[in-house]
Design a protein around this ligand. Structure first.
Ligand SMILES: Nc1ncnc2c1ncn2[C@@H]1O[C@H](COP(=O)(O)OP(=O)(O)O)[C@@H](O)[C@H]1O
Ligand SMILES: O=c1ccn([C@@H]2O[C@H](COP(=O)(O)OP(=O)(O)O)[C@@H](O)[C@H]2O)c(=O)[nH]1
Length: 345
């Protein structure tokens, strides 16, 4: 078996993409704005005449997506659970281990509330204090703007959204066509545990809603509005994973990591099958330029089946005819090493 060494590919890949696209810089090495995700321009509620009945999307929303990531749309994982269930804590762990971007919608709202030039500051303040759900045009507008500052093809953890039928409806009308939903992570936790955690967090969080009175309102909102959204997502075939949020932090993390790993392994299998079906001219889409020649010379081995082991951002696929090591970078899977039983000619 020959293991082909790998050198850092980021700069080389950027050069390669420049060559292919005549100067356009891809996700790798681009600044956030250069390679930003392009999402529909408006989140305004469409009137009936502007709705395409086939999928409910507003007509004319410019599909200005400028995919430079192998046609990969941005992917999202929705993270839901009652107040204090551990969403933010687990998202922070996920970001530490995987190449994902965490967007807490609650944090986006709190930041917007502090912005003196925002027309929505007071409204947000009153909704948060009452534990009510802010109209989707505001929350989703903030999510969309935040997503647009990251490279295309990124994987986003959307923490605390969609929280109501209005949220889900807004997402479906404006975003679902442009974004792939990988799964929904739901942290289930009994109310008594949530209450304890919120009161404890309130001792240091400085959040005006981390008190018993607001917490009770938020629990009510969660059970009457957010849980029905979870059930709708489940019943409409969205991959929904329930995790026991009342366990210790490390136990919850272990379950979370297992789920993310399974998701990524399935995604990598698909990507590897795509690579197997490409002609050598197109290998550069998935293969690190540093090993591209060796890979092309080695012959296209159709060995898409195999066991995948994901560790953080790296996935190793061991098949009957060799081993392939892939790396996830800014949401893109790239082959960085390979070994094959056939000698390189
Ligand atoms: N598994 C856990 N066991 C005990 N406390 C936890 C656990 N996960 C999170 N916490 C604590 O509970 C509080 C709420 O967690 P957080 O992640 O902020 O919840 P959420 O984002 O769902 O509101 C925080 O103070 C956090 O440190
Ligand atoms: O999509 C969202 C997310 C949050 N919120 C508001 O922000 C508050 C805090 O949400 P966060 O997710 O930060 O905290 P949690 O209640 O989950 O601890 C909620 O009670 C809502 O009032 C909202 O209106 N829409």
């Amino acid at each position: 078996f020959t293991l082909h060494p790998r050198t850092p590919y980021k700069a080389a890949y950027t050069r390669k993409i420049r060559q292919i696209r005549g100067g356009e810089v891809g996700s790798f090495g681009a600044t956030a704005n250069q390679a930003a995700t392009r999402l529909p321009a408006t989140l305004a509620r469409p009137d009936a005449s502007s709705v395409d009945n086939s999928n409910g999307s507003p007509n004319g929303s410019p599909d200005s997506r400028n995919n430079n990531s192998n046609g990969q749309k941005p992917r999202v994982i929705f993270v839901l659970g009652g107040p204090g269930a551990g969403k933010g804590t687990q998202c922070a762990k996920i970001v530490e281990h995987f190449d994902f971007i965490h967007l807490s919608v609650g944090d986006l709202l709190r930041t917007e509330r502090q912005n003196p030039s925002s027309p929505n500051g007071q409204l947000i303040e009153s909704y948060l204090a009452e534990g009510k759900i802010v109209p989707v045009e505001i929350s989703l507008g903030l999510v969309k703007s935040a997503m647009e500052t990251y490279p295309e093809g990124s994987i986003f953890l959307i923490d605390g959204f969609p929280r109501s039928a209005d949220n889900l409806d807004g997402w479906r009308r404006t975003m679902s066509e442009h974004v792939d939903t990988m799964c929904v992570l739901v942290y289930d936790c009994p109310m008594e545990e949530l209450e304890k955690r919120i009161l404890l967090r309130g001792e240091t969080s400085g959040r005006s809603d981390d008190n018993l009175q607001s917490a009770k309102k938020r629990f009510h909102t969660f059970s009457t509005q957010t849980m029905p959204v979870v059930r709708t997502l489940e019943s409409t075939g969205v991959n929904t994973v329930h995790i026991r949020g009342e366990n210790t932090l490390e136990e919850v993390w272990s379950d979370t990591r297992k789920e993310i790993t399974t998701l990524l392994a399935a995604e990598l299998q698909k990507r590897n099958e795509e690579l197997c079906s490409l002609s050598p001219d197109d290998f550069c889409r998935y293969v690190d330029p540093e090993i591209l020649n060796d890979f092309a010379k080695s012959g296209k081995w159709n060995d898409p089946q195999g066991e995948v082991e994901v560790v953080g951002k790296t996935a190793t696929l061991r098949g009957a005819e060799g081993t392939r090591v892939w790396e996830l970078c800014t949401g893109n899977w790239m082959l960085i090493h390979f070994s094959t039983s056939a000698p390189v000619s």
